[in-house]
Each structure stands twice: as C-alpha cells, then as structure tokens.
Design a protein around this ligand. Structure first.
Ligand code: PNS
Length: 171
C-alpha cells in the first residue's frame, strides 16, 4: 500500500552487495515496497569492489529473514551476476531503486543511473536516506562490529545473529 492507502504497481529492483544488509537498506526496501507492487532485492554475486565477507547464501538468507520479520509480503530476494542492465532487461523490471545517503553518493549514482538507462532503457529512482541511517554503511558496520563495538541499532536482528555466528567462526 502506498502512503495514500492505494496499492502500488510495477516491479522495482533494489540492487546491491548487502555485505551485510543494514537498517539503511531495510528502510529503503520498506519505503519502496510501499510505492511499488513488487520489490526485488538483487544481491550482486561478486561485487567488483572487494571480496565480500559474507557468502552469497549468507547475504540472501539475512535479507530473506529481515524481509520476513518486517512482514514485507511484496518483497523478494534474488541474485545476479554481470551487468545490472542485462538483468533488469531479462527480468522485465520497471525501475531500479537506489538509496542516497549523502550528496557524494549522488555523483556516482547519477552516472551509473544514466549508463543503466542507456544500456537497458530502465530508469533509476533515488530514495533519500532517512537521516537516522545516513551515516551507516556496510563497511563501517563490519569495522565497528569486528572491533567490538555495538551495532544492534544499525542492522536487523536476523543480520546481527548471522554476524555473531561469523565472528565466532572466525575466532
Ligand atoms: O551495495 P553496492 O556495493 O553499492 O551496490 C553496487 C551495485 C551492485 C548496485 C553495482 O556495483 C552494480 O550494479 N553492479 C553490477 C555491474 C554493473 O552493471 N556495472 C555497471 C554499472 S554502470
């Protein structure tokens, strides 16, 4: 349901590394789910940036659990490899959703959005981050957690559980 109580329509894709999923991601997912008919959270298999800490299965499992716990019935999780533009075309997606935390996010995201539209014809809509989460990133969450800091406010409970398991396994 949208904010006006009407049912949303269209399929939105929310792509990312989700290494791990944060409350900032969950906020964007929940708000997108209130606008669009269906939201597909698409986990990139091998992010170019660096080797992910969490396996693809772990990242998908934490997202599925968080979606379930939040009661978001029109959200699902999948994975993709290669070009996002190819994936959105193959999946007949209507729109790509991206969160913007700070102005500097916009610089990268603007050119990425234009390239993705040029390659696929699919537009990107930007969701401004909730100020409560504008300073959160997956990399910062990992650093704080593995150095012993408290991250309970910044990740869904399902993620916290998987992170604790990972920390125990790495000990
Ligand atoms: O959570 P992230 O790491 O910011 O997500 C980045 C992601 C996965 C959305 C982005 O790297 C991506 O779309 N990669 C797919 C490869 C691709 O299509 N590259 C060209 C973009 S112009």
């Amino acid at each position: 349901m949208t904010a006006n109580g009407r049912a949303g329509h269209g399929v939105a894709i929310y792509p990312g590394s989700f290494d791990p999923l944060t409350m900032g991601h969950m906020d964007v997912i929940a708000r997108a789910a209130a606008i669009f008919g269906r939201v597909v959270v698409a986990v990139m298999v091998n992010p170019q940036k660096r080797e992910p800490l969490f396996t693809l299965d772990e990242r998908k499992a934490m997202i599925a659990a968080a979606i379930h716990d939040a009661g978001l019935a029109n959200v699902e999780v999948t994975d993709f490899r290669g070009l996002l533009a190819d994936f959105v075309r193959a999946q007949h997606v209507d729109v790509i959703v991206k969160g913007l935390r700070v102005v500097s996010d916009f610089e990268n995201e603007m050119s990425t959005a234009l390239m993705n539209r040029s390659l696929s014809g699919v537009d990107t809509v930007f969701m401004p981050s909730d100020p409560r989460y504008s300073f959160i990133s997956s990399s910062m969450i990992k650093e704080v957690f593995f150095l012993g800091g408290t991250i309970d406010e910044y990740v869904p409970l399902a993620v916290l559980r998987i992170m604790r398991d990972k920390r125990n396994a790495l000990r």
